[in-house]
Ligand binder design. Structure first.
Ligand code: ADP
Ligand code: MG
Length: 190
């Protein structure tokens, strides 16, 4: 989470810039508010278990982030917290299942699926790749992020633009790419 907070801070302006042409230009700032709130909560009441870490992050994202992305990420972290349960360490297989639970939370909460130009277009292929191959790397993640560029948005704010959403990379898929790249580095998934 510390590494994710840092990468969100570094990419805050970029993420909001991506949200300008197909949204309202706040995605980086929303994410920044969320990870800062999560850091504060983790520091003020240090969680005793791995599951509690994810739950604390979830609650901060749900309650402190205005915009669609907060509750979507929050639901992902909440589902991952539930999956973790009493485990304090996870195998690669368990990490894959944990991520799949997170993905399912996003899909249920946002009533969206792949091909709609959202963060799901990062999460689903990334989770599937990891499940099938047991590895993930940054260049694969970057590919999935870029694949949202030619898509037409049919969910979220970008859907109001219809055809004009084509040719822009989705901000939520981009921030999700940062989350996965952080996980690849910190959990050694490559
Ligand atoms: P808002 O659109 O409310 O301003 P953000 O700018 O923080 O919220 O987040 C926008 C991102 O949220 C989009 O780029 C997209 O990836 C994601 N998103 C929006 N709606 C959905 C949905 N229904 N399902 C999945 N992801 C979504
Ligand atoms: Mg926005």
């Amino acid at each position: 989470m510390d590494a994710f907070t840092n990468t969100i801070e570094e990419n805050k302006t970029h993420l909001s810039k991506l949200d300008n042409p197909i949204g309202d230009g706040d995605h980086g700032h929303n994410m920044s508010r969320g990870v800062k709130a999560a850091s504060e909560a983790l520091n003020s009441t240090p969680p005793k278990t791995l599951s509690e870490v994810f739950k604390t992050v979830a609650m901060s994202l749900i309650s402190k982030v205005g915009g669609a992305a907060g509750p979507l990420y929050g639901t992902a972290f909440l589902n991952m917290s539930k999956y973790i349960g009493d485990n304090e360490t996870l195998s690669k297989e368990q990490i894959a299942s944990m991520l799949e639970e997170g993905l399912n939370g996003i899909k249920t909460r946002g009533k969206a699926t792949t091909g709609e130009k959202t963060m799901i277009d990062l999460w689903e292929p990334a989770v599937n790749h990891f499940k099938e191959n047991g590895t993930l790397d940054a260049s694969i993640i970057d590919d999935y992020v870029e694949k949202t560029n030619p898509m037409k948005a049919t969910k979220g704010r970008a859907a109001y633009l219809g055809e004009r959403s084509i040719g822009h990379t989705d901000p939520g898929a981009t921030s999700s790419g940062l989350l996965f790249k952080t996980l690849i580095d910190t959990a050694g998934l490559s």
